[in-house]
Each structure stands twice: as structure tokens, then as C-alpha cells.
Design a protein around this ligand. Sequence first.
Ligand SMILES: Cc1cc2nc3c(=O)[nH]c(=O)nc-3n(C[C@H](O)[C@H](O)[C@H](O)COP(=O)(O)O)c2cc1C
Length: 320
Amino acid sequence: MDYPLFLAPMEDVTDPAFRLLCKRFGADRVYTEFINADALIRDIPQMCRKLNISDEERPVSIQIYGRNVESMVQAAKIVEQVSPDFIDLNFGCPVKKIAGKGAGAGLLQNIPLLLEITRQVVKAVKIPVTVKTRLGWDEQSKNIVQLAEQLQDCGIAELTIHGRTRSAMYRGEADWTLIGEVKNNPRMHIPIIGNGDITTPEQTKLYFERYGVDAIMIGRATFGNPWLFEDIKYFLQHNQPFPTRSMQSKIDILKEHIEKSIEWVGDERRGIVHCRRHFANSPVFKGLSDFRQTRIELLRAETKEAVFSVMDKIVQKWGK
Ligand SMILES: Cc1cc2nc3c(=O)[nH]c(=O)nc-3n(C[C@H](O)[C@H](O)[C@H](O)COP(=O)(O)O)c2cc1C
């Protein structure tokens, strides 16, 4: 049986450098950071830069967000020109400056508009259109089972569901039961991708089996941990953990990520700052005894030489 694993779209994280790294370790599909439809239409360089995809990372999906039909249609047509494998519509972003203005998860409060955007984008482009959304706006309006049917009727190719409501933001545990309900709804025939709180190979296997989803999308657990895809794939195939990775080999991958980030950002210091989220969350540095001071050094280093030197020290001291 096939168990596809996707890298979740993440603003400020899933740039080409990180996507390619995850792809190398087995991610079956990668997504760009979300792109604001209006900014794309206005040709804002920061947004247009996010259209940068390469053949090496295919299949790749470009995600857009916005709050009106015309701009989403126009943005989708611009996206189509760079020929991604999918265009994904973001109806799940919970942050105030987006959802509060009626885009992202904000559209869960205006289902007719959400559906009209979807219908018109599907009509306007030849590339498969997919949607990523949440269970509903809040606890009282978890309408995903019905919404999934409506989205399917709009002609989308696939649906990704993050098992939280907008009100839950990222709090509490993701609830996969409704994702399973959508998947088991006999009216549904498009692939359903489950998302939310996946962190380990064991859990991935369990969730595939328990909820029957067609693919699983992983976000935060990949921070400083792009080899997670390989670990999961190995476990799914052999039912045992990936043979131990040495700390040196993991550090080498993190160093490569830094090099590629600096290249992508075009500035050494900013490239390093851009990677700090990965250092701060990498499982490589979790549970090391007496690590506090070294962690501070790692997160304060501003040159490649300084970061690499702290990393070498870590391998020497904790690498055995
Ligand atoms: C830093 C960060 C940025 C995110 N940016 C996006 C985004 O641009 N588009 C999107 O659909 N979801 C975005 N998300 C949500 C993730 O795609 C995913 O749905 C969420 O993190 C839950 O999955 P996880 O528990 O595996 O991390 C973001 C999440 C994080 C933590």
C-alpha cells in the first residue's frame, strides 16, 4: 500500500532550499509558502519570488490566498504560467491579519464566497486545483463534512484538512475524527489529505490505518528534521525504526540547509536568522545534558563560521 507524505505549506519555512531538502528525504509532494493574491497581481517582488519552483522538486504545489473571486482567479492564472503541478487555495490560515480580513480561514464564515472562489478558480485554470482548510470556524460550526462535499462539487482535485478550527488556532490537540468522517463519507471520491500534529513514524502509520486518509501532510515536525520523511517511509515499509543516524550526519544536513538558505536569501546573516527556527526546534539538540549555554551560542551566532563552529563543538561533546 502507498502512504504518500507531503510537506505542509509554511510561511517563512517552505522556501526552495527547505523544500528540496525534504524532497531528497522522500517528501512525495511539497508546497510553497502561501502567496497573497492581490500582492501577486500588483507584482510585488516578495510575492513573485515565491513563485520560484524547479523541476527537481516536482510534484510541487503553489498556494495562494485572498478574499475575493476576481483577484483569486487572476492570481491563479499568474501561478499557472509557472506550471506547478497543483494550485492550492488556502482557506485555513487562522492569523488575525488574514482570517480577520476575511481571507484564509476567514472564508469559513462566508461559505458561499469560499465556494464561488473555488468554482471560478477551477474554471479559470487547467492545472488541478486543491484546497487546504480546517474543520470549521469554531467548535459550534464544524461544518467540514458538508463543506467537503460542496468543494468536491466545485471540481477540486483533492482536499487537505487540518484537524482544528480557526478558533483553536494551534492550541489543543488536532482532532482527526472528522477528517476520518470526511474520508469515509460514501459521497466523497476525491483524495483526502490529513494534517495536524503528526510527529513520529509510529503515529503516521497508526493515522493512515485508523483514518484511511489518502496522504498525510506534515508541518512543524520537519523543523530541523527534514530526514523525518525517510524515517517514516522506512518504518512504514519495515515496521522498525530507521537505523540510527549519527549526530555528525544530521549536523551535516543542517549545515547544508544553512548554506542553501544563505544562497536563497542572498545574505549571510539573514540566511542564518532564517534558519533559527530549525535550530531551535531540531530534535538533534533535544535532551542534551548541560546544553543551555551552547544553545544560546547556537541561536546567537550570526556568521556561517560561528554557527558551524558551535555545531562542530556539539558533535565533539555530545556526538557519541
Ligand atoms: C510557521 C508556520 C507557517 C505556516 N504557514 C502556512 C501557509 O503558508 N499555508 C498554509 O496552508 N498553512 C500554513 N501553516 C499551517 C501548516 O501548513 C499546518 O497546517 C499546521 O502547522 C498543522 O500541521 P503540523 O501539526 O504538522 O504542523 C503554517 C504553520 C506554521 C507553523
